[in-house]
Ligand binder design. Structure first.
Ligand SMILES: Cc1ncc(COP(=O)(O)O)c(C=O)c1O
Length: 305
């Protein structure tokens, strides 16, 4: 075979992206497509799904609107999938769509094992990369295996909305035209990726010195771009810390504090325990090391540490 001087094959490494107004719109579109293929599908979701009066539920609202049946698989306190529970739920469900959520930018530590098992068993799965767009795009370690993946741009960039869905198994004869995004993607994503990782690393080392703070992901493996830095707070009221730090102008985030009604009787540790004690520190690209030093000083004052 000869080699052309420049790449000419249009379908090599092309990703079938579709721009949407939000990640939830992308997720709804995916569910609409799959429901047409099989109206009997049941959606299997992780038992750690938040809700807020302003935003509703980014994951669950689309499922409810699709009127597809649903169920949940359990996660432990550190948001790690209970693989046995997961397998049993799938085995008990005839036709299922599994949603894997890469919370806060981190794929599950068993990600490779899980997707191997799903692939071997021919199970349809989707990757919610709402928090992990750059873990996919720059890190390349998630978002390429599920039938579809979807992203939320305002969680990474200073934009007010925007989502993307990607079809990882596009129909080759039916390629959709490549549309222009209706939001500004003119950001240096590699710099954003590195800045967030650098901030994460620095803050983890500082937080390790404070007792009563348990870091959910103490190691940031190659490829991961964090959305925030989630921790579990022991012996201190999470809501009080959130309020006092925000009063001191440190923008703490509390993303998954209240679980959706459907998880009220859940046996998942993530829903029972983590949701009540989790708080997320910001590590975004606007922050530099001296801001983090200031954050730590204020945190120690609030915690009386
Ligand atoms: C894990 C997860 N998936 C999906 C969404 C929906 O994102 P968007 O606000 O872009 O619709 C959110 C945010 O609410 C989320 O946290």
């Amino acid at each position: 075979m000869g080699i052309t001087k420049i790449a000419t094959k249009k379908n090599i490494a092309q990703r079938e992206w579709k721009y949407t107004n939000s990640a939830r719109e992308a997720w709804s579109t995916i569910l609409d497509i799959l429901k047409k293929e099989n109206p009997q599908y049941k959606v299997l979701l992780p038992a750690y799904i938040g809700w807020s009066p302003n935003e509703g539920s980014g994951i669950f609202d689309s499922v409810k609107n699709s009127s597809l049946d649903f169920d949940f698989y359990n996660l432990d306190r550190n948001l790690k999938i209970d693989f046995n529970h997961f397998k049993n739920k799938i085995k008990d469900t005839k036709d299922c769509i599994v949603l894997l959520v890469h919370y806060f930018g981190f794929p599950d530590v068993q990600y490779q094992e899980i997707i191997n098992w799903l692939d071997q068993n021919n199970i349809l799965y989707i990757e919610d990369c709402a928090h992990s767009w750059l873990t996919d795009l720059i890190g390349g370690i998630c978002g390429r295996n599920g039938r579809f993946a979807f992203y939320s741009l305002h969680k990474m960039l200073p934009v007010s909305g925007g989502g993307i869905m990607v079809d990882n198994v596009p129909n080759k004869d039916n390629k959709s035209e490549i549309l222009q995004p209706h939001f500004n993607l003119g950001y240096d994503l590699f710099t954003i990726y590195n800045k967030r990782r650098e901030n994460y690393d620095y803050l983890v080392e500082e937080l390790k010195k404070i007792t009563d703070i348990e870091i959910i992901y103490p190691n940031i493996e190659n490829g991961i771009c964090p959305q925030t830095l989630p921790v579990i707070l022991h012996n201190f009221d999470r809501n009080k810390l959130y309020k006092e730090m925000n009063d001191l102008e440190i923008g703490m985030v509390s993303l998954y504090h209240t679980m959706i009604e459907e998880l009220k009787d859940s046996t998942s540790e993530a829903a029972i325990f983590t949701s009540k004690h989790i708080i997320n520190f910001p590590v975004h690209q606007d922050i530099d090391i001296k801001d983090l030093d200031n954050l730590i000083v204020k945190l120690k004052i609030v915690l009386n540490a």
